[in-house]
Design a protein around this ligand. Sequence first.
Ligand code: F6P
Length: 366
Amino acid sequence: MEKPKKLLVLTGGGDCPGLNAVIRGVAKRARKEKGWEVYGSVEAFNGVFNEPQELIRLTSKVTAGIHVKGGTILKTTNKGNPLNFPVVQPDGSVQMSDRSDDLVRRLKELKFDAIVNIGGDGSQKISKALYDKGLPIIGVPKTIDNDLAATDVTFGFQTAVQIATDSFDKLVTTAESHHRVMIMEVMGRDAGWIALHTAIAGGAEICLIPEIPYDIHKLVRRLNLRYKKGRGFANIVVAEGAKPKEGTITSRAGEKGSEHVRLGGVAYQLSQQLKDAGCKAEIRETVLGHVQRGGTPVAFDRVLATLFGVKAFELVLANDFGKMVSFRNNTVTAVTLEEATSSHHVVEKDSYLVQAAKGLNISFGD
Ligand code: F6P
């Protein structure tokens, strides 16, 4: 009897609605072919590094119905880069070390014929490095931030925008009742996609994004004018990476082993800046935070994630490794990992989306 072929799936980086739908898509499509066994590595590549190893066989019982669930049944981490891996020393300190050769050796020993790495920008850079070291790997893009250039959309984004819009709608009624300025901070790192889509969907007066630094005095003038015209309230959406023209982003150091600084808190900075610049209205701040990536994915994200999972397995079947699944021109396709990791997708200042928002009288403070 022929030996079964083995496929390993993992999720890396921050969680994102739709991850489970990809896992299920890969596993279900693989079940249609003879002789494939699909496994999941727990917490990105940690499942391979851990002693004992934590690898789960993804049977139909394990994956049934998981596409509806948020998070990832495989767990995840943003501190598991095998090329820059945090290793705890006997004295408790953490030192970074390149464990990629060790990882490749372990995966070969385990006799995996293919790896599907589901993750964002950082994870796909890891996929590329491991592919260059000889691993048969396929990337699947995920991020609520929608900041990957090689795919028109990523799953998780629509869910995040929906959650942000639902929250925004709730803040409008309380802003109106109290004649307040309500600031709502959303995620997105250095891309303003979630903020911009939420501002248009919700009907914000002001939308601040990292790509367009704001002038605080222009914002105060805009708010004062709105109050003078009798519309005694205003709603602002601010992306966590937004910054004033003369200033920096609001951030703090990430945890040990994390590759990113932590963003968050710009809503409070903005509130203070508005007061200092003469805004007389009462201001309240809401930092939405991780609710944006929690819970059930909306139908669009479930469909996209499932298609990505199916496509990832079909690339494996075709031995077409070193690729990342992508959605372009209304169809699911694949790009090289090289292309996938070479540029970043941020909001263009002169794009139609920004122009249309300005046409709706949404101010960017520029
Ligand atoms: O990249 C997704 C994201 O949710 C960003 O929007 C946010 O800045 C970051 O992850 C938060 O990361 P963590 O979960 O580590 O706090």
